[in-house]
Design a protein around this ligand. Structure first.
Ligand code: ADP
Ligand code: MG
Length: 247
């Protein structure tokens, strides 16, 4: 049933910054457990879309529906509580704490973090964090300070922290920023492992990364929907090529 599968609907959203429309009647729907990649030239409105979904930027008109409920006017913390989590381009790990403690804190985002240590860890929580460590490929780095991780590993830890929050919808804005080809491939594999249990919206424009993700691609341009299709179809699309070449 397509209706019950729907997790997120961005419905005709416009974001007007003093007369400049960063989003201009943009719509997008995401089904549960799917992966979508959002691309578009610089300034297309990709980050503004994420900001609007998470409630950091307010829609001038249009609606955002999550799990069948209108979240357009909810505060960010309430949207996060309902199951959306965003990862930013820059890693935001706590560098003095171990990898596993970073995940524990993320798993308990609704409590004061120092209580995490005082209350002790229950077995279920421990097992979940061990699972995430495997998924992000950092099981053998669990007890080193996060500050000692390589750049790519920090990005994976941050993705793990997003997963630890138990969010249904993960928004990953340029998860391969600053990565070489090997790390980029590992990131694609990591993200594919998350799909199913989570719904994932990835913003990126690295073509080899998109090919490895092998997801449906939505292209936006000047705050508007331009095209949607497979990576192969989008790569061959003349309209998409035109906006990237600035014609
Ligand atoms: P993208 O992430 O696709 O590169 P953004 O969503 O960051 O694009 O930005 C879309 C457009 O909106 C850009 O032209 C940007 O300059 C503008 N913009 C973004 N945030 C603001 C803001 N707070 N005030 C005014 N203009 C903004
Ligand atoms: Mg951006």
């Amino acid at each position: 049933d397509p209706v019950t599968n729907l997790l997120l609907a961005v419905d005709g959203v416009t974001v007007d910054f003093d007369g400049f429309k960063a989003l201009n009647g943009f719509s997008l729907t995401l089904d549960r457990g799917t992966l979508r990649v959002l691309i578009g030239p610089n300034g297309a409105g990709k980050s503004t879309l994420c900001d609007t979904i998470i409630g950091r930027v307010r829609a001038t008109s249009g609606r955002v529906i999550f799990k069948g409920q209108d979240i357009t006017h909810l505060p960010e913390h309430e949207i996060v509580r309902r199951g959306i989590c965003r990862k930013f381009q820059t890693p935001g790990v706590l560098s003095g704490l171990s990898v596993v403690d970073n995940l524990m804190i993320a798993a308990r985002r609704d409590r004061r973090w120092w209580c995490s240590f005082r209350q002790g860890v229950d077995a279920e929580e421990k097992a979940r964090v061990a699972d995430i460590l495997e998924t992000i490929g950092l099981a053998d780095r669990a007890h080193i300070p996060a500050g000692q991780l390589a750049h790519g590993e920090k990005q994976w830890l941050e993705i793990g922290m997003v997963v630890a929050t138990r969010a249904d919808l993960l928004l990953l804005d340029e998860p391969t920023a600053g990565m070489g080809p090997a790390e980029t491939s590992q990131t694609a594999a990591l993200i594919r492992r998350l799909v199913g249990q989570h719904t994932v919206l990835v913003i990126d424009h690295d073509m080899s990364f998109l090919e490895q993700l092998d997801a449906r691609v939505t292209v936006m341009h000047q705050g508007q929907f331009l095209k949607e299709g497979s990576v192969a179809a989008i790569r061959e699309d003349a309209d998409v090529a035109a906006v990237y070449l600035g014609r």
